[in-house]
Design a protein around this ligand. Structure first.
Ligand SMILES: Nc1ncnc2c1ncn2[C@@H]1O[C@H](COP(=O)(O)OP(=O)(O)O)[C@@H](O)[C@H]1O
Ligand SMILES: [Mg+2]
Length: 501
């Protein structure tokens, strides 16, 4: 659907400043619609010519009453003869009231108000509602309608929408949230029931009507500032430990003089409490992530210090492996801490894991090339950590064992380590393949006593309910095949039966 500005530009001759004036109007006309319990429609002539058709530029429905229009008519053109009261309002440049018969049984009460900017009438605002029946109006209805009329005259005099209005940062209160009407002295003439409740929250227990706004707990500056600047003022007031009230003061003007104001009020205590809670929860989580990361680094440093004091090569190598395993867990932790939710793309984690292994190779006998193909999809955090350790062990084995003693080939081609990921409907398949010397003769993986493969087997079979197989590659080398059933790849949050949930 075209925006107001687009409609103005393509269907009318309105200039840029006039379009902004109408945008300001439609930015705040929900208030006028609510005050009059009525639909508001904004019309502008297509051209300056006397008989130019009318373009419907905008429409707003009341939240305090029922709309007359289910359909969206914005953008439609009307001949003037079909909208005689609007045409009359444009021609005579004054407020016009009348009744319009629609169909057989509908009777609409219409008020057409010129929208003035400077000396020019640039558009017409039509207020349309069912003809009020003979039922007497409540005090609230009468008050709201009379306030609407005061705004209508401000529109006609070019005093509304306000100039230099503070642009709304947050949702300002609506009529239904609470409305106070004050006179030019700042005395409260009317308070809607919701407004009375808000005043009670502010600690005002006397009668609200008749009291001065200054004594109400709403800031006394607000009204003075709105009167002086002849524009609306928004304030947020905090009472006691946390009661938070947003108030929006709109001065009622008559040729530059303030004759009173309406103050819309809304209790936002619960909203603000939730905001604060979210902010502090967020900060706590970030702090915990940070501490875990630091702790992992501290553990690595302590192990490194210990390794330096050792004389046995075997002991040093063992500690070096432990540092590398902690490095793999840190990589996952970092990725999890940075992701907004708990699930991370495993493929994104494999690349930094390769780097962890590369960093642990001090003097490569032969250059190595790593390749990551396919996609493992999104995995739950716990599975990610476990699989990361498994994959790191397998890559490390390829680096440690596949290329020992095999002198680099004549052409200097690097040793290849390929990690391929494949997420199938029923399982996740991860293969770590190398083109090295292959497994030792008579090697039985299920009987292997090394710590690396023991960790891999325990994690894959016990923790993840999957399988691990080591076999010779078709063209030499070794392939490690890890298979994890899909049922283990759902987040414990989704699956309450998960033993670790
Ligand atoms: N990609 C591979 N290429 C050749 N041999 C391998 C490969 N992966 C594992 N092995 C063999 O399996 C053994 C056990 O590995 P592992 O349990 O990780 O212990 P470690 O790496 O400490 O020797 C290795 O010592 C090696 O002989
Ligand atoms: Mg190993």
């Amino acid at each position: 659907m075209a925006t107001l500005a687009e409609l103005c530009r393509t269907q009318t001759g309105l200039g840029e400043a006039e379009v902004i004036h109408l945008q300001d109007l439609t930015g705040s006309w929900g208030l006028l619609s609510d005050l009059s319990f009525a639909d508001l429609l904004l019309y502008a002539p297509e051209t300056d010519e006397r008989d130019a058709p009318l373009v419907l530029l905008g429409h707003v429905r009341p939240t305090t009453g029922t709309t007359l229009y289910r359909a969206d008519l914005v953008g439609q053109m009307f001949r003037r003869s079909r909208r005689p009261l609007i045409a009359q309002c444009l021609d005579e440049k004054c407020i016009v009231e009348g009744r319009v018969h629609v169909g057989v049984d509908r009777d609409i009460s219409l008020k057409a108000v010129p929208v003035r900017r400077g000396d020019a009438t640039i558009a017409v605002l039509a207020r349309e509602r069912h003809r009020p029946d003979d039922r007497p109006m409540s005090e609230q209805e009468r008050t709201y309608l009379s306030v609407f009329d005061r705004f209508a005259h401000m529109l006609d005099r070019g005093e509304f929408p306000y100039r230099d209005e503070e642009r709304f940062r947050h949702r300002t209160p609506r009529v239904g949230d609470g409305l106070l009407l004050v006179d030019r002295e700042g005395r409260i003439e009317f308070a809607s029931p919701n407004a009375v409740s808000v005043m009670h929250r502010l600690g005002m227990h006397r009668a609200v009507v008749g009291a001065r706004l200054d004594d109400s707990g709403l800031g006394p500056e607000m009204l003075r500032s709105a009167f002086a600047k002849r524009t609306s003022v928004i304030e947020e007031i905090v009472r006691g430990t946390e009661t938070t009230i947003v108030s929006h003061c709109l001065p009622l003007l008559d040729e530059g003089r303030a004759t009173g104001a309406i103050v819309l009020v809304r209790d936002v205590t619960d909203l603000r409490r939730r905001d604060r809670l979210l902010v502090s929860k967020d900060a706590t989580i970030r702090e915990v992530h940070h501490r875990v990361k630091n702790n992992l680094q501290t553990i690595s440093s302590l192990l490194r210090l210990q390794a330096r004091r050792l004389t046995s090569d075997e002991a040093r190598a063992a500690i070096g492996e432990s540092i590398r395993r902690i490095g793999a867990i840190s990589v996952v932790h970092e990725a999890l801490a940075q992701s907004a939710d708990h699930d991370v793309s495993f493929t994104e984690i494999v690349k930094p894991l390769v780097r962890v292994v590369e960093d642990s190779v001090s003097m490569p006998e032969r250059p190595l090339r790593f390749e990551v193909t396919g996609d493992a999809g999104i995995l739950p955090a716990q599975v990610t950590t476990t699989l990361a350790v498994v994959v790191t062990e397998l890559i490390q084995n390829a680096v440690d064992h596949a290329f020992v003693g095999s002198s680099a080939p004549e052409d200097g081609s690097p040793g290849r380590v390929e990690i391929s990921l494949d997420r199938k409907p029923d399982m996740l398949a991860i293969d770590v393949a190398d083109d090295g010397i292959g497994l030792p003769a008579g090697f039985d993986p299920s009987d292997a006593k090394g710590l690396g493969l023991t960790i891999v087997r325990t994690f894959v079979e016990v923790e993840l309910g999957g399988t691990i197989r080591l076999r010779s590659g078709a063209e030499g080398g070794t392939v490690a095949e890890v298979r994890i059933p899909a049922s283990r790849l759902v987040s414990p949050l989704d699956d309450a039966r998960d033993p670790r949930a």
